[in-house]
Design a protein around this ligand. Structure first.
Ligand SMILES: Cc1ncc(COP(=O)(O)O)c(C=O)c1O
Length: 388
């Protein structure tokens, strides 16, 4: 006997990394030693103050109960101060909703605003969760293309050709993953005007704003954005706390409360000690980000070297945690290239096509890899090229 899965699961595939990591694990168990530079999972630890705060608070006997769905007053206050200090954005307490990670937030927002048959616009290439979560909600998913010739900014003229009156929500993600493009305020200002004209909601997914960026971006730096936009953010990448699952949503109270309506039916708040430690992280000063960027800049140069070895081309000014590189025309199949690198060079680099058809001719390498490992990767690729 088999109990059938729900029909909605026929609309999505298993997450690419979930299957690829199984394959890599099996190969490693069979004797290979594959170096994985594909995944954006920060390898550096959180700040010592953050770790100490977690340990100190977690050992107290009174902190183990359920917590408020809105997070502690202290956490919301520290998110508020963080936005004011680093993004130059004043928020009201009622405009902040702590969440268990921004990935979970993508699901909450979709559940809160999308009815079956509603149209959702997603970027191609883009973070795969926007599409899968929209499909799970029964949405009609339309893609807007981001292309290198446009520096991966939204092509507003092409967007206007889409049935914008039918669109309920658009996902944008600046600084952008996977392409490393930074935000263009003018472009997004025009998007906000379109959203007002056609009545759709913009969600800026913003987990990379603190990594290798010259200016810290928030969609709320654009006048009037709060009327039609929300922003997700998290401590996963900026504070090396991906496994802790701490994020937040901010925006106009009426939208935030709509998401709270879903969220309060799904989880039961966040562990108090995590919220105290998150507060500590949010209070860190600029030196934390400077130190992080120093490490990532050195790694980025090594990743540039390895992509040059593969004759890939890339923009050196990319921001965020990855390098996005175009494969040379001489390579026929990116799948063959990725598999060849896994099997012969024992290196895994993410194929850009998992982010959408526009990523077909690209690779994405992560900066979450130690310099020694990146140097090893370069050696292996050099050897691999000589063998070809
Ligand atoms: C664009 C983008 N959005 C959201 C997330 C999810 O991050 P979080 O750990 O905050 O859930 C990721 C993680 O890789 C991401 O790349």
């Amino acid at each position: 006997m088999i109990i059938e899965k729900a029909n909605r699961l026929n609309k999505v595939d298993e997450y690419y990394f979930s299957t690829k990591l199984k394959q890599i694990k099996a190969l490693n168990e069979g004797g290979k030693n594959i170096l994985n530079i594909g995944i954006g999972n920060p390898d550096l630890p959180p700040h010592a103050n953050v770790l100490n705060k977690l340990c100190e608070v977690a050992t107290s006997p009174q902190v183990h109960g359920y917590q408020s769905y809105r997070g502690t007053d202290e956490l919301r206050c520290s998110i508020n101060n963080y936005y004011q200090k680093h993004y130059n954005i004043p928020l009201l307490d009622s405009e902040i909703l702590p969440l268990i990670g921004s990935k979970e937030g993508i699901m909450h927002i979709t559940q809160a605003f999308i009815n079956e048959g509603d149209t959702v616009l997603i970027p191609n290439p883009g973070y795969p969760t926007y599409k899968s979560v929209s499909k799970l909600a029964g949405a009609k998913v339309l893609e807007y293309k981001l292309s290198e010739k446009n520096n991966y900014q939204i092509d507003l003229e092409a967007l206007k050709q889409l049935p914008l009156d039918e669109v309920k929500l658009i996902w944008v993600n600046y600084p952008n993953m996977p392409t490393g493009a930074d935000a263009d305020l003018e472009n997004l200002k025009q998007l906000i005007n379109l959203a007002k004209k056609h009545s759709f909601l913009i969600i800026n997914d913003n987990p990379y704003s603190r990594i290798l960026t010259k200016k810290v971006f928030s969609i709320f730096q654009i006048d009037g954005a709060k009327e039609v936009a929300l922003e997700l953010n998290s401590l996963s990448k900026s504070h090396n706390m991906a496994g802790w699952r701490i994020g937040w949503l901010c925006g106009d109270e009426k939208y935030v409360d709509t998401v709270l309506n879903i969220r309060s039916n799904v989880d039961s708040g966040m562990f108090y000690a995590l919220q105290k430690a998150a507060t500590e992280a949010l209070n860190l000063d600029y030196t934390w980000f400077k130190q992080q960027d120093k490490v990532y800049s050195r790694r980025k140069e090594l990743v540039h070297d390895l992509f040059s070895l593969l004759n890939c081309t890339y923009n050196k000014n990319q921001v965020g945690l990855f390098v996005w590189a175009k494969i040379p025309d001489s390579v026929d199949s990116v799948d063959d290239l990725v598999d060849d690198l896994i099997l012969s060079a024992e290196v895994f680099i993410t194929p850009g096509k998992i982010f959408g058809s526009e990523g077909e001719r690209y690779l994405r390498a992560s900066l979450c890899t130690k310099e020694e490992t990146l140097k090893k990767v370069i050696q292996r690729i050099k050897k691999h090229i000589i063998k070809l």
